[in-house]
Design a protein around this ligand. Structure first.
Ligand code: XMP
Length: 326
């Protein structure tokens, strides 16, 4: 029988065997997967672990602060935060292709972890032995959909699987690689992580970078951040957070349509709402949100987000759509 306690005991053994007494870093994204992966490694090897939070500029409003407050307070783990916004946005400049964006983001994450690992070694004035272990919260569906499973096509390169650079020097520690999200949540609860962390809706590592259809720029990210915050605020106010799996908010930066506001013509971008219900993200259905909630969200976004003059609802299940647009 599947039981979180057994999985924890088994993974702690494995992690100890793999890492020994070496130092290890873990990229923390604020999401459930990396939080639970880090907690497992912390349980296994204690303060040999340092967590690294990369602020890549593709985060939602308030995300960096939440990681600090929710996770670090609960676990007491050592956390290094790196401001990598300029690095990521420079690397993404001029790029519209979804797979290219994913590969660039995956590569820049690894570069950032490499630099962080070097800095940690220098700081510790240790004997200079490089940190070679990197923990990732890769789940089974990430592996399958990145083409790592048997007999599956490559649907999209999840940033921590198919998006890794070829010259990766880290040895990966991936204690969740055979698990589904609901199992990961059960393990997180068993490990004593706070409910705000464990029940958090999924948010992809590449962040808003794969929710802008078109080139990623700071201005577009700022627009999308406002729209996304409105949607999350209204969903929470309506008490629907637990009804949905997640609700990506997507900016169609390459599309413009004609609108009218006051006495004037507008020529702005659409925002797509993508509310989905799912058990494991392998399949999903679009969530039938109440019309009055949709109306409120639409009014607020068109009034509060400059340059957006239309809000549309994605009514596609997965398959044939994927949850994220890119
Ligand atoms: P798709 O779009 O493939 O998404 O239907 C399935 C689930 O995975 C999340 N997702 C990602 N998570 N790195 C992540 O950590 C990624 O590169 C990535 N791509 C998609 C997505 O939000 C959904 O929950």
């Amino acid at each position: 029988d599947w039981n979180p306690g057994n999985v924890i005991a088994e993974q702690v053994e494995r992690i100890r065997a793999q890492i020994g007494d070496a130092r290890v870093i873990c990229g923390l994204s604020g999401g459930v997967d990396s939080a639970v992966a880090a907690a497992l490694v912390q349980k296994a090897v204690g303060d040999q672990l340092t967590c690294v939070f990369v602020d890549h500029g593709l985060l939602r409003q308030d995300e960096a602060r939440q990681v600090q407050e929710d996770y670090v307070q609960a676990t007491g783990v050592r956390l290094v935060t790196i401001d990598a916004e300029a690095q990521f946005l420079d690397a993404l400049a001029g790029v519209s292709d979804p797979e290219q964006k994913r590969k660039i983001i995956g590569r820049e994450f690894i570069r950032t972890f490499e630099n962080a690992a070097e800095a940690l070694v220098l700081e510790a004035q240790s004997d200079g032995e490089a940190i070679k272990f990197l923990v990732q919260g890769t789940l089974y569906p990430d592996v399958v959909e990145s083409g790592g499973g048997t007999g599956t096509a490559n649907i999209k390169s999840h940033h921590n699987v198919g998006g890794l650079p070829d010259d990766l020097t880290f040895e990966l520690v991936e204690p969740l690689r055979t698990l589904f999200k609901d199992e990961v949540r059960a393990i997180g609860r068993e490990l004593g992580l706070p409910e705000v962390v464990v029940s958090r809706q999924p948010f992809p590592g590449p962040g808003l970078g794969i929710r802008i259809v078109g080139e990623v720029t700071r201005e577009r990210l700022d627009l999308l951040r406002i729209a996304d915050a409105i949607v999350r605020e209204e969903l929470t106010a309506a008490g629907l957070d637990n009804e949905i799996w997640q609700c990506p908010v997507v900016l169609l930066a390459d599309v413009r349509s004609v609108g009218v506001q006051g006495d004037g013509r507008t020529y702005g971008h659409p925002i797509v709402l993508r509310p989905v219900s799912s058990e494991d993200a392998m399949t999903a259905d679009w969530t039938r949100l109440p019309y009055d909630l949709l109306a409120r969200v639409s009014n607020r976004i068109t009034n509060e987000v400059a340059g957006v003059n239309r809000v549309v609802l994605d009514v596609t299940s997965k398959p044939p759509g994927t949850i994220e647009w890119e």
